[in-house]
Design a protein around this ligand. Structure first.
Ligand code: DAK
Length: 259
């Protein structure tokens, strides 16, 4: 397995890949190197057939306190526009396997945006979500104004981005940003359990569902329904469709081939 400097990577449960941000001295502030390593590790798990669900986490104290302000302080617009590791966050959106963000402590700015780019969020009771960019003279740049608004609605997203209002874990769950909230000593285990549950599902169907649900955020209803139908029909070509339906009829558990 590749070794990284700013993240830890393991497969703690069969079928589940875990990527842990590990820059504790800076509350996991996302500098270029850390961000590139996260994308590389997720992409490597995405290519690995033995892994079917991913978990992205930080420390109990901080998922990530945002992009590295010390690095951004010396960056100009042309450098950002030219694109480098820091700016190509679309790599995260292109991961095919489901990603669960296991969030504890600070999830601010780019940290909140990174969690929202994942497919599900399991939070600890100490999680705090916010978009504080305005306090340093900028604004969200990795989806904060768009994904947060879709998740929690315009009024609250506006308040969070304009005034740096934070959401507690329980508020985030209430507004639909977070799936589940647990005590700090169990949120990661619960995220891994959820990941194992998804990893035990037929992988091609999992991929088609992730694909279709994400499209619901971008397409009109009629376009989305066409997209869904296409993925639905495609699953009728899979061995797992044959096995799943046969197992139901024969009253036994299915044995997925993930094909
Ligand atoms: N960057 C760099 N260092 C950070 C940091 C950050 N975002 N957050 C914390 N640190 C460092 C602190 O400087 C401190 O380091 P030392 O001074 O000890 O060397 C250490 O972490 C501990 O932090 P504090 O001493 O401040 O700890 P506290 O518990 O007192 O406060 C805090 C915790 C999270 C409230 C505070 O650290 C804080 O306000 N941090 C900054 C939060 C913030 O403003 N985040 C938003 C940054 S802007 C894009 C992609 C991403 C982005 C934009 C575009 N594209 C793809 C285009 C994202 C932008 C952002 O995230």
């Amino acid at each position: 397995m590749t070794t990284y400097e700013n993240i830890l990577v393991e497969t703690p449960v069969p079928g589940v890949g875990l990527v842990r941000l590990n820059r504790p001295q800076a509350l996991n502030a996302l500098n270029g190197d850390l961000t590139r390593e996260v994308f590389e590790a997720l992409e490597a798990f995405d290519r690995d057939e033995a892994v079917r669900c991913l978990v992205l986490t930080g420390s109990d104290k901080a998922f990530a306190a945002g992009a590295d302000i010390k690095q951004m302080a010396d960056t100009d617009a042309v450098t950002l526009f030219a694109g480098q590791d820091f700016t190509d966050w679309s790599r995260l959106a292109r991961i095919h396997k489901p990603i669960i963000a296991a969030v504890s402590g600070w999830a601010l700015g780019g940290g909140c945006e990174m969690a929202m780019m994942c497919d599900l969020i399991v939070a600890s009771e100490t999680a705090k979500f916010g978009q504080p960019e305005i306090t340093i003279g900028i604004m969200p740049g990795a989806g904060g104004t768009q994904r947060l608004t879709r998740a929690v609605g315009k009024a609250l997203a506006m308040e969070m981005c304009l005034t740096n209002r934070h959401l507690s874990a329980e508020e985030a769950r209430h507004y639909g940003l977070v799936n589940q909230v647990y005590p700090v000593d169990s949120y990661l285990d619960e995220a891994l359990k959820l990941a194992a549950k998804i990893a035990a599902m037929p992988a091609v169907a999992v991929r088609m569902i992730k694909d279709a649900v994400n499209k619901a955020e971008e397409l009109s209803l009629s376009e989305g329904l066409v997209f869904e139908k296409r993925n639905f029909y495609l699953l009728f070509c899979t061995e797992d469709k044959t096995e799943g339906m046969r197992a139901f009829v024969e009253k036994r558990p299915p044995e997925w081939k993930h094909r």
